[in-house]
Write a protein that binds this ligand. Structure first.
Ligand SMILES: [Fe+2]
Length: 359
């Protein structure tokens, strides 16, 4: 409904603290959690005080879809046209949409594939009938379908680093379509891959994707430069923040990685200011608006105050950054290192907002 722009009100019935953590953009809130849990038949009493346009359908949402189903039932008893989001925020974490990236002066076309709930951004890059996928984060079939629609064949699959906030679908995708699977050289994974060292390149039709080693967020973190025009930065650089260097590192390790990140960013900002930054995450949910999350390097510099700091201040601020780690990140990293999906429902592990950025 959101994708089609259909009129709908999303009603979040979770407690405030869960909502602060992450929410569906545009949703309204009515905390009925305790009452629903206590099986109160009047749990939705007081809903009339919430701005719910009577003539629009309401979709209730909770963490896993159980309380919200009861809430929808009670709303229907009150005369509302109410539905529930099956699977709750866990299924919302899998919702995705796309945006076409404007990229003049190159043969390549880029589609940004956004896992909206989690803010994961992945990319399908097509040129001359061939295609590559970078940082696959949704069901592999999604990329296959998008490539088929455009008459492209996915021949290359790449990750910018070993992810900590979501399960990489890259190996699954490469296995599914028989594509070559690349990882940065030295990536701590146990499955076979084609290593890309600094300056290593992948040909996609008439285009060229070049590896730019950008350690910091993780040791192996690598950005990919497309025809000198666009840079897939993974979690090294976002549009107004930089990657956090403290996941999977000791406090001393974080210092060292912060220093490496500083050097990597200097290198990135040595590229032409018009180079389009295509990050691996967005902290705001990517809307169903077809607007790509991207910006030229020169704009990113202006929007990221940390980049104005000298080396020591940068390191102090970044390494001292103590935001909560992504939920379950250790287990996610462990699975990503083996290239495996969990036996249980992956959304159980992946629920929660993205937390890969610092500053
Ligand atoms: Fe990351």
């Amino acid at each position: 409904m959101l994708e089609q722009g259909a009129p709908v009100t999303v009603l979040d019935v979770r407690p405030e603290d869960q909502r602060t953590e992450w929410r569906i953009p545009g949703s309204v809130h009515f905390d009925a959690y305790e009452a629903l849990k206590a099986k109160d038949p009047n749990a939705m009493e007081g809903i009339e005080g919430v701005d719910l346009p009577w003539e629009l359908p309401v979709v209730t949402v909770c963490a896993a879809g159980n309380s919200s189903a009861v809430a929808a039932e009670q709303l229907r008893e009150r005369g509302y046209d109410a539905l529930t989001l099956e699977g709750g925020m866990k299924s919302w974490s899998l919702a995705w949409n796309t945006a076409e990236v404007e990229l003049p002066e190159t043969e390549a076309q880029v589609v940004q594939v956004r896992r909206t709930g989690k803010g994961c951004l992945s990319y399908l890059v097509g040129s001359g009938g061939g295609a590559a996928v970078i940082d696959a984060a949704v069901d592999p079939e999604v990329y296959v379908g998008l490539a088929e629609e455009r008459g492209w064949r996915i021949a290359h699959v790449l990750d910018t680093h070993v992810h900590a906030d979501h399960l990489s679908r890259s190996k699954m995708l490469a296995d599914l379509v028989g594509a070559k699977l690349y990882m940065p050289e030295g990536a701590p994974v146990s499955y076979p891959f084609s290593p890309l060292g600094d300056g290593g390149a992948v040909r996609i039709g008439a285009s060229r994707l070049e590896a730019l080693r950008t350690p910091g967020h993780t040791t192996e973190s690598t950005s990919y430069l497309l025809d000198g025009k666009a840079l897939f930065t993974g979690d090294t650089l976002f549009l107004s923040a930089v990657g956090r260097p403290d996941l999977e590192a000791s406090p001393e390790g974080a210092q060292e990685k912060a220093r490496a990140l500083y050097g990597s960013l200097r290198r990135v900002f040595g590229l032409d200011g018009g180079t389009l930054v295509l990050p691996g995450h967005t902290s705001e949910p990517a809307g169903f608006d077809g607007e790509p999350v991207d910006a030229p390097l020169s704009e990113v510099r202006g929007n990221t105050p940390l980049l104005g700091e000298d080396e020591e201040a940068f390191i102090r601020k970044i390494a001292g950054h103590v935001a909560p780690a992504p939920e379950n990140y250790e287990r996610i990293v462990q699975l990503n290192r083996c290239g495996k999906m969990p036996e249980e429902d992956p959304t159980e592990l992946e629920a929660g907002a993205n937390r890969c950025a610092a500053g």
